[in-house]
Design a protein around this ligand. Structure first.
Ligand code: COA
Ligand code: MG
Length: 292
């Protein structure tokens, strides 16, 4: 089993959903600048297309060609007639993670993890959870510590539906609850989709908000959204420059026997240096991803 304490250091700025029924879209993804792909067998695939999509996805994953992009498969829930067959078919292709929809509590994850234990081919496969039901949000901290958990995906469309919520503001408590749980337990946490996929300004604003909340990236539904998310969730040149100057100034202060430096009129303490180093490491991880 993958080491549960090992943090995932790859970037997840852009996480693109692709319906597993769409061969052409999956092929196209091999050339898209996405950090991760969610191959979807759940809500993006119509009921009568599900068996064919499942088989197509297995063949697509076995053929490969997705390079450094993280591969995540969203299966149907086990309370549907498709969930078990999805897992049976996809497990052999050993994606990086299986994304379980509508997770309500840790028992949902434990049940999936128990199925993994019976399959040696899933030794390195992790579990991600869709956080999209009121019960799931309330149980976020317990879900985060369930076996094999590595990531949360905010399912804001389903959540809005269950809450009768009509705005993003109405979901902020839910978003932050999941972020708190993810950060407390070392999970990746990506924001929900922006439905109006032709509205670039609206997407950019929501990406900035998600970034400022602390999300690792945003789930996307269309290739036109990728560049906007990649830019928003990457450290900017100005942030990198500041990070380097903070580290330098702090090192000089330390050499003088002082514990605090000042950069651009603001204090720099050890904790700021940790953030600065994390910013540089993130940029490095992105550069490695883009060079691969
Ligand atoms: N991933 C990869 N490629 C995609 C894609 C996606 N999610 N969405 C569209 N494309 C491709 C199309 O195949 C097309 O490629 P082509 O020109 O080589 O044929 C190109 O991008 C342009 O697509 P476009 O015509 O603008 O969109 P569309 O009408 O084909 O599809 C959607 C629009 C919204 C139906 C489609 O983007 C989609 O299905 N998105 C994912 C929805 C989803 O997974 N929802 C579940 C989670 S919320
Ligand atoms: Mg959903």
């Amino acid at each position: 089993m993958a080491c549960p304490m090992m943090h995932d250091t790859r970037p997840y700025r852009s996480v693109l959903y692709i319906p597993a029924s769409r061969a052409r879209a999956m092929e196209k993804a091999k050339g898209l600048a996405v950090d991760a792909i969610i191959f979807d067998l759940e809500d993006a695939v119509a009921v009568d297309e599900k068996p064919a999509a499942r088989d197509l996805l297995r063949e697509t994953l076995s053929t490969g060609g997705f390079g450094p992009r993280a591969q995540i498969v969203r299966i149907n829930g086990f309370d549907t007639e498709w969930g078990q067959a999805d897992l049976d078919t996809i497990a052999a292709a050993a994606p990086q993670a299986i994304l379980l929809p509508k997770v309500n509590g840790p028992a949902d994850i434990e049940a999936l993890a128990a199925l993994f234990e019976q399959r040696p081919e899933t030794a390195d496969t992790r579990i991600w959870a869709m956080m999209e039901t009121p019960a799931g949000i309330l149980n976020a901290a317990r879900i985060a510590t369930a076996p094999r958990m590595a990531g949360f995906v905010m399912g804001t469309n389903d959540l809005a539906k269950d809450l009768n919520a009509r705005s993003r503001e109405a979901m902020i408590t839910a978003l932050q609850t999941c972020l708190l749980a993810a950060r407390a337990h070392g999970l990746i946490c990506v924001d929900g989709v922006y439905n109006a996929f032709k509205d670039e300004e609206g997407l950019a604003a929501e990406c900035r908000q998600g970034r400022d909340f602390g999300f690792d990236g945003k789930t996307l539904i269309h290739p036109a959204q990728i560049a906007i998310a990649n830019a928003a969730f990457a450290p900017s040149e100005a942030e990198l420059d500041l990070a380097r100057r903070q580290i330098e100034a702090f090192d000089s202060a330390m050499a003088r026997g002082e514990g605090v430096a000042v950069v651009d009129g603001k204090i720099v303490e050890n904790l700021h240096v940790e953030t600065a180093r994390a910013t540089l490491a993130k940029a490095e991880a992105i550069a490695m991803m883009e060079a691969a």
